[in-house]
Write a protein that binds this ligand. Structure first.
Ligand SMILES: Cc1ncc(C[n+]2csc(CCOP(=O)(O)OP(=O)(O)O)c2C)c(N)n1
Length: 268
């Protein structure tokens, strides 16, 4: 592109190569520059021009995410995920946290909360849920966030945009409803809302870049609990969140007579 700068225009060449694309507006401005570049290349012909035409779209920043479930993130792929988060390299990670392995039929993962019963963990999980958010925060290199789309659909895209704007590996933990949780997933967003309103899944962000500006890197995007935590358990069928069968395995869960349908949330 530098070799063609006399014909493309020095200013456009410099702007294309040095564009700040950390915000949506910055990316849109770069798209417009690429459109202009294509116009200026229209009547030119050389191998450099051909190459530039073929690769011009690469000048616009792409949003690329690695996506997996909690089984991947907390267990079977944890080594790799942990390495990326600790490295500080800008690789975006999204965990769809259903708190249970679904694809293989319903085993507990390290994300499964204490006392929960899964199809292949009938005695109830004895250990507490692993705190991936805390692990990520402890490195001080990653931009971590916890979201639940059903609770606040404006918060989720804001968090994604923010996470992409910083030159840090974003790790987003998204509370996700799932058929293995045993309720009608048509009510999944209500389930997510219950998880947030009850304080079970408080949305939060931790961005170490803010500390450099003298700000608190941790932002809690959640109000005090407004519904009983029981609401979350009641909506899940016995298969996932039921009274643990083995004594001493976690707190007593709600009655195991879930209907598989979401129920209205009870105020605290
Ligand atoms: C290293 C490795 N171990 C085991 C498996 C077998 N396996 C395939 S999917 C899966 C469950 C993954 O659960 P999760 O990541 O929570 O995704 P979900 O099925 O809930 O979408 C397992 C254990 C695998 N693919 N790779």
């Amino acid at each position: 592109m530098r070799r063609l700068s006399v014909r493309i225009g020095d200013e456009l060449t410099r702007e294309l190569l040095e564009a700040n694309q950390s915000t949506e507006a910055g990316v849109n401005a770069q798209r417009e520059r690429v459109r202009l570049l294509r116009e200026r290349l229209k009547d030119l012909d050389s191998s450099d021009v051909h190459n530039l035409r073929a690769t011009a779209d690469m000048l616009v920043k792409k949003s690329v995410w690695s996506i997996g479930g909690d089984g991947w993130a907390y267990d079977i792929g944890f080594g790799g995920l942990d390495h990326v988060v600790a490295s500080g390299r800008n690789i975006s990670l999204l965990v769809l946290d259903t708190e249970v392995y679904s694809n293989t039929g319903g085993q507990m993962s390290k994300s499964t909360p204490r006392g929960a019963v899964a199809k292949f963990a009938a005695a109830g999980k004895s250990a507490a849920k692993k705190d991936l958010a805390l692990i990520a925060m402890s490195y001080g290199s990653a931009c971590m966030a916890r979201v639940a789309m059903g609770a606040n659909d404006a918060h989720t895209p804001t968090v994604f945009r923010e996470a992409e704007a910083f030159d840090r590996p974003p790790l987003i933990l998204a509370y996700s409803h799932c058929i293995a949780q045993g309720y009608d997933t048509g009510h999944g967003l209500e389930q997510q809302k219950a998880a947030v309103l009850s304080g079970y899944w408080p949305p939060m962000r931790c961005n170490p870049a803010l500390a450099k500006e003298g700000k608190n890197p941790f932002v809690l995007d959640s109000k005090a609990a407004a519904v009983a935590a029981e609401a979350v358990r009641l909506q899940r069928r016995p298969l996932h969140h039921a009274r643990p069968r083995a004594p001493g395995r976690g707190p007593r869960a709600g009655p195991s007579g879930g209907t598989g349908r979401a129920r209205p949330l009870a105020a605290v």
